[in-house]
Ligand binder design. Structure first.
Ligand code: MG
Length: 362
């Protein structure tokens, strides 16, 4: 039997993918030139590099909403990323977008999150305000380009350009140190937008699931949500696990149906729009508002986050004042930058538990 070579996989993409999909053969090159892999396309190879990275393994001990130390069954950033990646892969296949690129973007999309989720991010952004700020989606570029330097050649994971450009979503802080070849507002492929929407679907649904598991939200209260009611009517059962799984299904199906409509419009003057339909946008907003009030801003969640944020501020202050205490290897990877940026890179890379165990003398 002859085996499938990379060239065969690239040719199969031509047959299988729609005209708007990113092609692995047009991956945009790498900062450090290297021969192509004989068996994997560039996107498959980059997906594997992400999975093998230290930053990816750290996601298992980073908070999604519950502090990652609080229970074995709550989502961590890693399980969140895996859920996003399987959703994005499935939706990409349905839409004839590139599933390998979608998977790689999804697995990498949260690599830049500091410990303790968004409160950690807010604190670092404030502490770094005079030096280009901090955002997790800017930090992910720093990680894959620089900090995750397995080979000591200064090229990080040496990912392809199309994937690197796909990771810079949203607003970049002014003056944040990115690689000089990256435009802070790059033209990203549609797969980046698809992953962004799958990210939202994943966290809305699994955060509700985690809040129910923790007893912070009761099923009777969740039943006030119109999306819940729709799912319950479809499955014809009040079983929470079935309703939860149908909610995910409804949102993904809606995303695919509405995006497919836009991708199929003939002679369009603008790029197609990947996104949910207007009805599901409203129901998702309702669910987000519900989660904010009942879960994200609930006392147990805020207390744990507050503790984490206080420790993060202490650690940052200590290492910014004593950069010599940052491990040499970490400081070298931060490159030529201020002690504050070195401390920011170091603290942002920590897992929740490592941060809480790190002694930071006052
Ligand atoms: Mg995410």
């Amino acid at each position: 039997m002859s085996w499938q070579r990379r060239e065969d996989l690239e040719a199969a993409e031509e047959d299988r993918l729609g005209s708007f999909a990113a092609r692995a053969a047009a991956h945009g090159g790498r900062r450090g030139a290297e021969p192509e892999d004989p068996m994997r396309t560039a996107f498959q190879r980059d997906r594997d590099r992400i999975i093998h990275s230290t930053a990816f393994r750290r996601l298992q001990h980073k908070t999604q909403v519950f502090a990652a130390t609080e229970g074995d069954h709550y989502r961590s950033r890693m399980t969140h990323s895996l859920e996003v990646s399987q959703m994005a892969r499935g939706a990409a296949l349905a839409l004839r977008l590139n599933p390998d690129l979608s998977e790689a973007i999804a697995l990498a999309h949260d690599l830049g999150h500091p410990p303790f989720g968004h409160v950690g991010e807010e604190a670092l952004n404030e502490l770094m305000a005079a030096e280009g700020g901090f955002r997790h989606n800017a930090q992910v570029a720093r990680i894959v380009d620089q900090l995750e330097d397995r080979h000591g050649d200064g090229l990080g994971l040496n990912l392809c350009f199309v994937l690197r450009a796909s990771l810079l979503k949203g607003r970049m802080p002014e003056g944040f140190p990115l690689s000089p070849d990256l435009d802070p507002k790059p033209r990203a492929p549609l797969e980046a937008s698809l992953v962004d929407h799958c990210d939202k679907i994943a966290y809305l649904c699994h955060d509700l699931d985690d809040a129910l598991r923790a007893g912070l939200i009761q099923a009777e209260d969740a039943a006030s949500l119109r999306l819940w009611q729709l799912a319950e009517a479809e499955v014809g059962s009040g079983a929470v696990a079935r309703i939860y799984s149908r909610m995910v299904g409804i949102l993904v199906r809606d995303l695919v149906e509405h995006s497919a409509r836009s991708l199929g419009e003939p002679e369009r003057s603008e790029p197609p729009r990947i996104g949910p339909g207007p009805d599901m946008q409203v129901l998702s907003q309702e669910m987000l508002a519900f989660l904010r009030e009942r879960f994200y801003r609930s006392a147990p969640v805020l207390d744990a986050m507050h503790q984490g944020q206080t420790r993060l501020r202490q650690c940052f202050a200590y290492f910014a004042a004593h950069p010599g205490q940052i491990p040499d290897k970490m400081r070298e990877r931060s490159g030529a930058c201020s002690p504050a940026r070195q401390a920011c890179d170091y603290v942002a890379g920590m897992t929740d538990r490592f941060l809480m165990q790190t002694a930071a003398p006052a």
